[in-house]
Design a protein around this ligand. Structure first.
Ligand code: NAD
Length: 544
């Protein structure tokens, strides 16, 4: 670090990038003229973190905990990251789902300070200038939303800002990406949320969402501005509604280093779960018949990646599509249906139309069912018992979030299959005991994969994020599930190892970047050591 960049006096204590609070040494305090602005005690970062956590535990509600940890983000990035890394399991549900959802709902009312860049439709024509206003120039990861489909909460407009902020915190905590190099962005194109439009305190543009060509032109200006101001950046699209998510992904994935976590990250972590399930029951992915409930961004994204994974194992893609079946709110997706959205078309089958999930289940007798519909309880006793009848080891993924939306509970999945189910969920479930066996259900959380993928991409400055990166990332994750995990029914490795997991995923991604000639730094002799050296360890630097 160049100490010339460090401000002096009160400004230093206001800079969340450089601030160390009571951890400034006596020499630093004199040098930067802050010795009168701090009490005489000098703390270590461990002591500061301990003091923070004891105050954190006194906060009575999760939303107050969210506000408290966010105040630390605004005050001291290094300490914030340290607290996240050291208390990840406790912090994840606060800085991300479910608490971040509550925070987004209330964002205008609890708003104090922007933690990222807001761009709005009225600023069209100025995006290059506006992006350049960000506090640092070395931005390596951007997470951007337009706030239209925030978690399962719908259109939250400008209040969606909590999501890019939270997602980037996970990059930092899970894969050691320095928050100094991260930029959360919300593009405010209006909102169709009438409650917000009528709320005098709503912080965003009070107008209906712009659509069509005007929307596309705004996003085009945004992407061009990103390419101009931050040419080496990884751009992650997050929580866009399907009508925009798929077209944006298709338009930009081959043009710049970008991906969509709702589609591709979800697909990657789900494929990893499927591959681990194949290891568990010693079968090949190409022999599976998979029935999805829900054909939105999550479902068809998973389907597409599974088809690619089957192709990598020798099954032609046309055949792969016939192994993945989808039921949406209108019934089985078949060729005879009218007006199917583009992302559903590849999965439309030559089969008689069936009106609902159960009729499709009994007709197709799948080896695996995947719930991505947000419809709780659809995988009921009849469905689960049928899966147990059709399969020795039925694979059941109930991925809808939050827990209350899951298509079945872990308890039901194990109970109605006599403990034979191979189960994973989108939200966490408590351990389940059936007879003398206790199962620890695995959670297919995207945070297993996107931080590691991001780390690999930025470590070697990959110019694109091709689909194969999600295939190698899924494989790298699936390989890290141990026999001990399998013994308790868990398809994913333990969270405690997340930084090691992310590192291994990053190395696989970086390796692929070299194979495909996408890397823009010379290949190091020891790729793992090189990637590891890029991981930020939250310790203070010496400024003296
Ligand atoms: P989406 O709105 O794009 O898609 C939902 C799909 O479900 C649509 O195809 C809709 O037609 C279908 N559907 C709704 N009601 C139905 C019904 N009664 N019967 C049949 N189909 C019905 O949403 P999405 O982004 O695809 O997310 C779907 C779910 O997946 C959400 O609950 C989300 O929380 C979850 N998800 C989980 C993970 C994860 O676990 N890692 C990641 C992303 C999304």
């Amino acid at each position: 670090m160049n100490t010339k960049d460090i401000p002096s006096g009160a400004e230093l204590l206001q800079s969340h990038i450089f601030n160390k609070g009571t951890a400034f040494t006596p020499e630093e305090r004199q040098k930067f003229k802050i010795d009168a602005l701090l009490p005489p005690c000098v703390n270590t970062i461990e002591e500061q973190a301990e003091r923070f956590m004891s105050l954190f535990h006194e906060k009575p509600t999760n939303i107050e905990k969210y506000a408290f940890i966010t105040s630390l983000l605004e005050l001291n990035l290094t300490l914030y990251t340290r607290v996240l890394v050291d208390n990840l399991e406790e912090m994840m549900p606060i800085v991300y789902t479910p608490t971040v959802g509550d925070a987004c709902m209330q964002y205008s009312h609890i708003y104090r300070k922007p933690q990222g860049i807001f761009l709005n439709a009225n600023q069209k024509g100025r995006f290059v200038e506006l992006l350049a206003q960000w506090e640092t120039k070395d931005v390596r990861v951007i997470v951007v939303t337009d706030g239209e489909r925030i978690l399962g909460l719908g259109d939250l407009g400008a209040q969606g800002m909590g999501i890019p902020v939270g997602k980037l915190s996970l990059y930092a905590a899970c894969a050691g990406i320095n928050l100094q190099n991260c930029l959360p962005i919300t593009i405010d194109v209006g909102t169709n949320n009438t409650e917000f439009l009528n709320d005098p305190r709503y912080i965003g543009l009070k107008q209906p969402r712009i659509r069509g060509e005007a929307y596309d032109a705004l996003l085009e200006e945004f992407v061009t501005a990103v390419e101009t101001v931050f040419p080496d950046v990884l751009l992650q699209f997050e929580d866009f509604a399907n009508i925009n998510a798929f077209p944006l992904l298709n338009r930009y994935r081959d043009r710049l280093c970008s991906f969509n976590d709702d589609i591709q990250g979800t697909a990657c972590v789900s494929l990893a779960g499927l591959q681990a399930a194949m290891r568990m029951k010693n079968e090949s992915i190409t022999d599976q018949t998979i029935l999805f409930l829900g054909a939105g961004s999550a479902g068809t994204g998973i389907g597409e990646l599974i088809v690619s994974a089957m192709a990598a194992e020798g099954l032609p893609k046309e055949e792969g599509y016939t192994r993945c079946w989808f039921v949406d709110s209108k019934g089985l997706i078949v060729k005879s249906r009218d007006n199917l959205a583009d992302h559903k078309l590849p999965f439309a089958s030559e089969h008689e139309y069936l009106p609902d999930f159960k009729s499709a289940l009994h007709s197709l007798k799948p080896t695996m069912i995947v719930g991505v519909s947000g419809q709780p309880g659809v995988f009921d006793q009849e469905v689960l018992a049928a899966m147990a009848e059709y399969n020795e080891r039925p694979v059941i993924f109930a991925l809808s979030n939050p827990t209350s939306k899951a298509e079945c509970t872990a308890h039901d999945a194990y109970t109605w299959t006599e403990g034979r189910a191979i189960f994973a969920s989108g939200s966490p479930f408590d351990p389940v005991t059936i007879g003398d066996r206790t199962f620890l259900p695995g959670q297919g959380n995207n945070a297993y994969v996107f931080p590691g993928i991001g780390l690999g991409v930025i470590a070697v400055k990959a110019s694109r994020v091709p689909e194969e990166m999600f295939l190698v990332a899924a494989k790298a994750l699936a390989e890290q599930t141990s026999n001990e995990d399998f013994a308790v029914g868990r398809l994913y490795p333990s969270w405690q190892q997340i930084r090691e997991i992310s590192l291994n995923i990053a190395v696989a991604v970086a390796e692929l970047a070299y194979e495909k000639d996408l890397a823009r730094v010379p290949r190091p002799d020891d790729l793992k050591a090189f990637v590891q050296s890029q991981m930020f360890t939250p310790e203070y630097e010496d400024y003296a």
